[in-house]
Design a binder for this molecule. Structure first.
Ligand SMILES: [Zn+2]
Length: 230
């Protein structure tokens, strides 16, 4: 077990401690902590501001900004913020105008073009962390991690040539051939498109089969995200 010691400002700590924080950075931290907890012990420490440490004051300013953003939920945080919003809104038309225009929105729209589809999926499936990663595009596949310079390259270790994007993982990566084959066979027999959620939602078993593929692949990806060579 490793032990990570991280010095933090008080406002950053308070914001991280707030489990219902709607800020995207804080949400990313929550998700990262959740994953790291499997293999690491994480301890967060408060250090006084103006302590003469380089970066401390600017970190504090950023954290205060994050805390101030409370009242403007960011829709990058699918699905909780969506769900709350959906429950508040009255008309379907109002929902449509709320669909996000961010990159996350673009990812999500590819899977679920309308808000009613998100609502539908929430009724039919348990929205897991792995599923959220796929739907929002904010997953621990290397093309995403590389954008933030967390990994040294964006290539999938299966051949060190293919860029590890979501599509590669689900449709092509040989590491998941068995699971993919099971899912595609099932969909073929049911005449459903294996990677079209709208189509899969027509058949409970097909949707379950897809969720099984997602859980399997992304549990693997998440476990290996910090140790790409492992
Ligand atoms: Zn691969």
């Amino acid at each position: 077990m490793h032990k990570n010691e991280t010095d933090m400002s008080m406002s950053a700590l308070l914001e991280i401690a707030n489990r219902s924080s709607t800020h995207p950075i804080i949400n990313n931290i929550h998700q990262s902590i959740k994953i790291l907890r499997n293999t690491e012990t994480i301890e967060l420490y408060w250090i006084k501001a103006h302590h003469g440490l380089l970066g401390n004051e600017s970190a504090d300013t950023e954290a205060k900004k994050a805390a101030a953003l409370h009242k403007t939920p960011d829709y990058d945080n699918f699905p909780i913020s969506y769900d709350k919003r959906l429950r508040k809104q009255d008309t379907e038309q109002a929902h449509e105008s709320e669909y996000p225009s961010s990159t996350t929105g673009a990812h999500l729209k590819q899977w679920l073009p309308k808000l009613e589809h998100i609502k539908d999926l929430r009724e039919k499936a348990n929205i897991t962390f792995e599923l959220t990663q796929i739907l929002t595009g904010h997953g621990y596949h290397k093309s995403y991690l590389y954008r933030f310079k967390i990994t040294e390259n964006d290539m999938c270790p299966c051949d060190n040539t293919c860029v590890q994007i979501i599509e590669h993982i689900l449709k092509f990566c040989p590491q998941f051939g068995k699971q993919r084959c099971d899912h595609e066979m099932f969909c073929g027999n049911s005449r459903l498109e294996p990677y079209n959620i709208l189509d899969l939602m027509k058949n409970k078993s097909a949707l379950t089969s897809f969720l099984r593929l997602i859980t399997y692949t992304y549990t693997y990806i998440n476990t290996h995200a910090c140790h790409p060579e492992g």
